[in-house]
Design a binder for this molecule. Structure first.
Ligand SMILES: N[C@@H](CCC[C@H](N)C(=O)O)C(=O)O
Length: 276
């Protein structure tokens, strides 16, 4: 069978996006892993699958798979590409849609300037919602990694994040400590590890070692989690420019109980088809 797809990216976080509304798609974790391979496949950080939703008032269902084939709950850069894809492919003529994910509904909106703004939902902090092994909810938790104590803030944006503040993202040991944090036994479903350098109250630099994908050029949910963590620590104001290695995102959060808003680009690189 020939499977049609688009190759897209949000700030260099790259995706294979598949229309599962007009195509009958069934891919095993192994098959996704092969497609995701940078040398033997198409290559991507995540595969995004567009499906119909059976929930009244919801336009689509959004399924996300890391490049190792594992299904995950949320992907921020992917959500902007998802909205651009369904509009450009004629699956919807709406510029604002409601999209069901494994962990709640998100609301992407295509902006006149080509960017996409997404209401990413309300962040969660309770250890059981991450999940994270801790006696109670805290803004900062000490995590012992390789004999050192890391002050992390845990945030769920649907998917799990552990954010730490570093002096410089250039010298931060992302490749060395990212996998140790990702696989730390206190995170039973693993975690995305964020390294945030605060420039001022409205600007940060961020690198994220993503669960199952390694360091990516940008992580949308990682940016949301970092800004939320920075605001809770009293370091940041409500609206923050996040500089990633792949470019900039704007993230806003009005506080506990409020949704996180993310604005940034979504780019189609090419369309293709592959025999599966
Ligand atoms: N790149 C994404 C996050 C993708 C999922 C993540 N690796 C996980 O396992 O939770 C983003 O832009 O949010």
């Amino acid at each position: 069978m020939k499977l049609k797809f688009s190759k897209m990216h949000g700030l260099g976080n790259d995706f294979m996006v598949i229309d599962g509304v007009r195509q009958n798609v069934s891919l095993s974790a192994d098959a996704i892993g092969q497609l995701g391979h940078r040398h033997f496949g198409i290559g991507f950080d995540q595969l995004l699958l567009v499906e119909k939703s059976s929930t009244p008032g919801i336009d689509f269902r959004y399924r996300i798979f890391n490049c190792d084939g594992s299904e995950v709950e949320q992907c921020g850069n992917g959500s902007r590409c998802f909205a651009r894809f369904v509009f450009d492919q004629g699956l919807s003529d709406k510029t604002e849609i409601a999209v069901e994910t494994a962990k709640g509904v998100i609301y992407p909106k295509l902006e006149a300037d080509g960017n996409v703004t997404v209401n990413m939902g309300v962040p969660r902090f309770h250890p059981t919602e991450i999940p994270f092994q801790a006696p109670n909810e805290a803004i900062i938790d000490p995590l012992i990694v390789d004999g050192q104590v890391y002050d992390i803030s845990v945030v769920s944006m649907g998917n799990p994040h552990a954010v730490q503040v570093v002096h410089s993202v250039v010298t931060a040991p992302v490749a060395l400590h990212g996998p140790l944090i990702e696989n730390h036994p206190r995170f039973p479903q693993k975690v995305n590890a964020g390294f945030m350098e605060v420039v001022n109250r409205n600007e940060i630099h961020l690198r994220v070692y993503e669960r199952a994908a390694g360091e990516t050029l940008a992580c949308g949910t990682g940016a949301c989690a970092a800004v939320v963590a920075g605001i809770r620590r009293g370091l940041l104001d409500e609206t923050v420019r996040v500089h990633t290695r792949g470019g900039d995102l704007t993230i806003s959060w009005a506080g506990v109980g409020q949704p996180v808003m993310m604005t940034g680009p979504a780019v189609t690189v090419f369309e293709g088809s592959i025999d599966i």
